[in-house]
Design a protein around this ligand. Structure first.
Ligand SMILES: [Zn+2]
Length: 159
C-alpha cells in the first residue's frame, strides 16, 4: 500500500489524466458533430468517413481509458491501488509511474497479452472459416510465432 503523500500525488495525477481524457472526448464529440458526411465530392465524403471512423475508434479507446482511470481512482481510496488484480502482488512503482491505471503486474500483463493473442488468433480462424463458407474461397494460413501468416488472400474485391 502506498504512503499517504504518495496516494495524494497519485490521486492528483489520476485526476489530471482523467481531465485530459475528458477533454479529448469532448474534442472528438465536437469534431464528429460538425462533420457533415454529405458535403463535397465523393473523395471528400470518403475522407470524412475515414476521419469519422478514426474518431469513433479513438472515442472507444478514450472511453475505455477513462473507465480504467476511474477504477484506479476508486482503488486508491480503498487501498487496492498498485496491487495486481490477478496475482495480488504489488505492482512495480516504476510501472505505475508510467501507466497510472495499471491493474496487473508485468508478469500477469504478459500472460494476459499472450492469452488475448491466442483469443485473437482463434477469432481470425473462425472469421476465416466463415468467410470461406460465404465466398467459397480458400484462404490458407499458418500459425507463426506472434501471429498468423497469411498464405493467400483470395477474398473477392468489393470495390
Ligand atoms: Zn500479477
Amino acid at each position: 500500500m502506498l504512503a499517504v503523500a504518495a496516494v495524494t500525488q497519485q490521486e492528483r495525477r489520476l485526476l489530471k489524466e482523467m481531465d485530459d481524457v475528458q477533454a479529448y472526448l469532448r474534442l472528438i464529440d465536437t469534431r464528429c458533430a460538425q462533420d457533415s458526411l454529405s458535403r463535397g465530392d465523393v473523395m471528400d465524403q470518403a475522407n470524412r468517413i475515414m476521419d469519422l471512423a478514426i474518431n469513433l475508434a479513438l472515442r472507444g479507446l478514450y472511453t475505455q481509458k477513462l473507465k480504467q482511470l476511474k477504477r484506479s481512482s476508486a482503488q486508491l481510496r480503498t487501498g487496492q491501488y498498485g496491487v495486481c488484480e490477478s496475482c495480488g502482488a504489488p505492482i512495480d512503482p516504476a510501472r505505475l509511474d508510467v501507466l497510472l491505471d495499471a491493474t496487473l503486474c508485468v508478469k500477469c500483463q504478459r500472460k494476459n497479452k499472450q492469452r488475448n493473442q491466442y483469443k485473437c488468433q482463434a477469432l481470425h480462424r473462425k472469421d476465416l472459416a466463415r468467410r470461406n463458407e460465404e465466398t467459397g474461397n480458400g484462404v490458407e494460413h499458418k500459425m507463426v510465432k506472434g501471429g498468423v501468416e497469411w498464405q493467400r488472400m483470395s477474398y473477392p474485391c468489393r470495390a
